[in-house]
Design a protein around this ligand. Structure first.
Ligand SMILES: *Cc1c(COP(=O)(O)O)cnc(C)c1O
Length: 282
């Protein structure tokens, strides 16, 4: 039936039933990470101009989406500068007076972050790998030291990425320490829980990810430890208005004020497969 209907989640007219269902599933995942109360979800889950997250084809797109938001929020419109989304990185650096941007992550960070640094114009050399301890957890003191070094060179730390569980070893970074550092630096805090995010479903083990609720954005892959068919990536945002930084409209398809999911996602046409599978699993 689903193949026959061939619905497209990019906009509401091509997916009348699944647009609210996907918002519902994203709301469930947001609750799993951030545990907000009923009134929060009543207010934001189905709000046309807000987004608690997005489904996407995988953790790669989820990570890119999160860091795209981080970049655009940092280099926002101000005074006569129209923002990086409109004027590009070159003018943004001139306007804000930075020599460059950097993203800090454990040396066990996933390679998809390198792609993000590349396509967002940050440069792969500025995705700075930070040493881990004997347990493969990032050393937050070392991260703080590197951030100071970068700051002295006038390179702005755009985001800190915590890994909750590394793909190779399964270890979780000290998320609370990283959240503290991100607050100190005034930068975006992203948690890549593509592989380990499913741990939040376990009452026994969810404490391993403590601090994740302080992240501005979190990546979770349902096609990994949630055993949903490929490709079911997700990114959730702490703040319902974060995705305004990447919002786009097109008269013929993504009208302002509509519930079109595609106005706040990197991907365009999208199938309804993932959110259907997650509901079915539940
Ligand atoms: C798998 C994985 C990704 C990338 O996800 P894809 O679904 O393959 O795009 C990103 N980060 C981590 C930690 C992963 O394990």
């Amino acid at each position: 039936m689903m193949v026959g209907l061939n619905q497209n989640l990019v906009k509401i007219e091509t997916s009348k039933a699944f647009t609210p269902l996907e918002r519902q599933v994203i709301g469930m995942m947001h609750h799993l990470v951030y545990g907000e109360g009923d009134s929060f979800y009543k207010k934001w889950m189905h709000s046309a101009n807000h987004s608690l997250g997005a489904f996407c084809s995988g953790g790669t797109i989820a990570n890119i989406t999160a860091l795209w938001i981080a970049r655009n929020r940092l280099l926002k419109a101000e005074g006569d500068f129209k923002g990086v989304a409109k004027e590009g990185l070159f003018r943004a650096m001139k306007y804000y007076g930075y020599e460059g941007l950097a993203i800090l992550v454990s040396e066990r960070g996933h390679y998809s972050l390198g792609k993000a640094a590349d396509i967002l114009g940050i440069g792969r050399e500025f995705l700075v790998p930070v040493k881990t301890d004997a347990n493969n957890k990032v050393q937050s003191a070392e991260m703080r030291r590197i951030s100071r070094e970068l700051n002295d060179k006038n390179i702005k730390v755009m985001a800190i990425v915590g890994v909750a569980g590394t793909t190779e070893t399964g270890n979780v970074d000290p998320l609370n320490d990283l959240a503290d550092l991100a607050a100190e630096l005034g930068c975006h805090f992203h948690v890549d829980a593509a592989w380990g995010g499913a741990t939040l479903l376990s009452d026994k083990y969810r404490h391993l990810l403590k601090g994740i609720e302080r992240a501005d954005s979190v990546t979770i892959d349902a096609h990994k430890q949630m055993y949903v068919p490929m490709g079911a990536g997700m990114v959730v945002f702490k703040h319902p208005s974060s995705a305004h930084a990447i919002e786009h409209h097109a008269e013929y398809i993504l009208r302002k004020g509509s519930k079109d999911l595609g106005s706040q996602t990197l991907e365009g046409s999208r199938l309804v497969w993932q959110c259907w599978c997650m509901l079915a699993c539940r």
